[in-house]
Write a protein that binds this ligand. Structure first.
Ligand SMILES: [Zn+2]
Length: 143
């Protein structure tokens, strides 16, 4: 279960539209509010480091950018709790590539961007052995 701030959701949608037809990506900052509920307060855009010809269906966050993101989270008293990215003209469902690159602890938000307009936004959590992704219920909270 994820509580997602309306501002973070809006940011993810806006980034998906801005970078269309490439995939946008970034980190989800927040914390665990207790009892399996994760709270995402902020979406931090990160450069998609994939080569240009792959960016329409792949993303990668470089280690340095990830560390910078973790530092930015700490400065705000938050943790990195997940990763978001967009699927240009593709459903908001993890791909095999997403599954193979997922880190078990994180939440993964995917926003579908259809013809340049943000559509469905969903969150997933990977199985511990990365064999599968499970849908994570999200509740939008007002900032
Ligand atoms: Zn993907």
């Amino acid at each position: 279960m994820m509580r997602l701030s309306a501002g973070a959701a809006e940011r993810i949608r806006a980034e998906g539209e801005r970078l269309y037809p490439s995939e946008c990506c970034g980190l989800l900052l927040g914390g665990a509010a207790g009892e399996g509920v994760r709270t995402v307060l902020c979406a931090l855009p990160i450069k998609n480091a994939r080569e240009a010809r792959e960016r329409h269906h792949r993303f990668v966050i470089e280690a340095d950018d990830f560390l910078r993101g973790e530092r930015a989270a700490r400065e705000r008293g938050m943790d990195v709790v997940g990763v978001y990215h967009s699927h240009p003209d593709h459903p908001a469902r993890p791909s095999d590539y997403d599954r193979e690159h997922a880190l078990p602890y994180y939440s993964y938000i995917i926003v579908a961007v259809e013809k340049g307009r943000a559509a469905e936004l969903r969150s997933f959590v990977p199985a511990e052995d990365r064999s599968d992704f499970f849908r994570e219920e999200t509740e939008i909270i007002t900032d």
